[in-house]
Design a protein around this ligand. Structure first.
Ligand code: F0G
Length: 459
């Protein structure tokens, strides 16, 4: 739209609403205690503003709901599958398209084919389920983000980039024959939702070709990444997000996708690739666990809604609102002296709890302490990305994660500007009394993805 006004408005009107979970502070205290200070265990109706994740929490459009009615529920060869397959082929250029119930199922199937003992996967950063699925096959997952990615205050346009010289060192190093795949996560969720530049994707692709390694894109937030390229990278301002997305996919051999993000559906995923041999093996594994390869753990209606979401998510009015509204949250926090990962990411703002709560040592989980305080104060749910998620226990010795972040992930098309203003106001209040916030201690945790179920208590 030809726009002369500063205000960026939500590019939709609301047809269906649901109530927020209002509670008293007394109630929240009890809820938190019962949930063992683990926000994954809080009933969602006790949450006022839910910023736990942007995954599967988006609002579908009227057109997507129409797709839900149109879905063909035939067991095999459903019309909805062909709609889904064609949309993904047109977007990615990959001829083999396999639906799964969500992103991690695609990871599990693909890595069980290419992974295994002694195998190595390289990435700008593996997302936690990606890493867990690599490691579950006996393989090793190595993250090679650019060094600036860990300097949270540094403002750089493409902090999601992969470190090219580190990548080449690995690709020509002594273990090079064990490297089976490079995975570019766009945007880089684990390190601040930061975008990867087209230049970086192109260079990574060149290196992969030179050293004969497959390149896959973890495309969970491919549309947001495309829009950052349009906004910030030279030569792309006149291209559409769709053209940019297609170019990104053209440099890789395949992609893994959690449709719960940039396909704006509540469940679903897929993987797509050029390699027909891998696809053949994948379909055999798919039948064992996910279902017949034309539905892969999804209903026909889900496939149809994903296809529609993949088109809507590339709409420029939508993407502009999306990126600007997340950055609006970042601006608000910064104004009240809350340290965030700079610049704000595409789907989330990450608060640097190590800096905000510098009086809490890593072994007392400062990011989790802040996440709990946010809930206690105002019923806002967020997600710890710190030592609870990534800390290690090495024979009884605690090894903290390199970062202590609280992710405020913004669901797509769900909250309005006044909800975000409220979140900012709560932080303004917390900033004034932050010295009184106390740390936590783990009383129980399982070894794999333990943060989902861990029990904690205040120290
Ligand atoms: N890759 C990335 C980059 C992700 O962010 C996620 C999920 C996955 C893969 C796995 O997909 O959940 O559909 O199985 N991220 C969610 C989050 C859980 O909150 O960031 P899934």
């Amino acid at each position: 739209m030809d726009w002369k006004y500063r205000t960026i408005i939500e590019p939709f009107k609301i047809k269906s609403v649901e109530p927020l979970g209002f509670t008293t502070q007394e109630e929240r205290k009890e809820v938190l205690r019962k949930a063992d200070y683990n926000l994954f265990k809080i009933p969602a109706d006790k949450v006022l503003i839910d910023l736990l994740t942007d995954s599967g929490t988006g609002a579908m459009s009227a057109e997507q709901w129409a797709c839900i009615m149109r879905g063909d529920e035939s067991y095999a060869g459903a019309r909805s599958f062909y709609v889904f397959e064609k949309t993904i082929k047109d977007l990615t250029g990959y001829k083999e398209v396999i639906p799964t119930h969500q992103g991690r199922a695609a990871e599990r199937i693909l890595f069980s084919i290419v992974g295994g003992k002694d195998k190595i996967f390289l990435s700008n950063s593996h997302f936690d389920t990606t890493r867990a699925n690599v490691e579950a096959t006996g393989a090793t997952a190595i993250d090679l983000p650019i060094k600036e990615a860990l300097d949270f205050e540094k403002k750089l346009d493409f902090k999601g980039n992969m470190d090219l010289s580190a990548l080449e060192d690995y690709l020509k190093g002594s273990n090079s024959k064990n490297i089976v795949m490079v995975i570019l996560t766009v945007t880089n969720n684990s390190l601040g939702g930061q975008p990867v530049s087209m230049k970086n994707i192109r260079e990574v692709s060149k290196l992969c070709k030179k050293y004969n390694t497959a390149l896959f894109i973890d495309a969970a937030r491919f549309a947001e990444n495309s829009y950052f390229i349009k906004l910030k990278e030279e030569g792309y301002s006149n291209k559409t997000p769709r053209e940019i997305a297609k170019e990104m996919f053209s440099y890789a051999d395949g992609c893994l996708m959690s449709a719960k993000k940039d396909a704006i559906v509540n469940i679903g995923g897929f993987f797509a690739m050029k390699n027909s041999e891998w696809a053949k093996q994948a379909r055999e594994i798919e039948i064992l666990g996910e279902g017949f390869p034309t539905y892969g753990g999804l209903a026909g209606r889900d496939l149809e809604a994903i296809a529609q979401g993949l088109i809507e998510v590339l709409d420029e009015e939508y993407l502009n609102y999306r990126i600007m509204s997340v950055s609006y949250l970042g601006d608000g926090l910064r104004k009240h002296g809350v340290p965030i990962v700079e610049p704000p990411g595409g789907h989330a703002v990450y608060v640097n709890a190590k800096k905000f709560l510098s009086h809490i040592p890593p072994e007392a989980f400062p990011a989790q302490a802040l996440a709990c305080e946010l809930y206690l104060e105002a019923g806002i749910r967020s997600c710890e990305i710190g030592s609870l998620m990534f800390g290690k226990n090495n024979n009884g010795k605690f090894i903290p994660a390199p970062m202590e972040l609280v992710r405020l992930a913004v669901p797509r098309r769900v909250y309005t500007q006044s909800h975000i203003d409220f979140v900012v106001e709560v932080f303004e209040h917390l900033a004034k009394k932050k010295d009184r916030i106390q740390g936590l201690r783990i009383v129980e945790a399982s070894p794999t993805l333990g943060h989902f179920t861990a029990k904690l208590i205040p120290v």
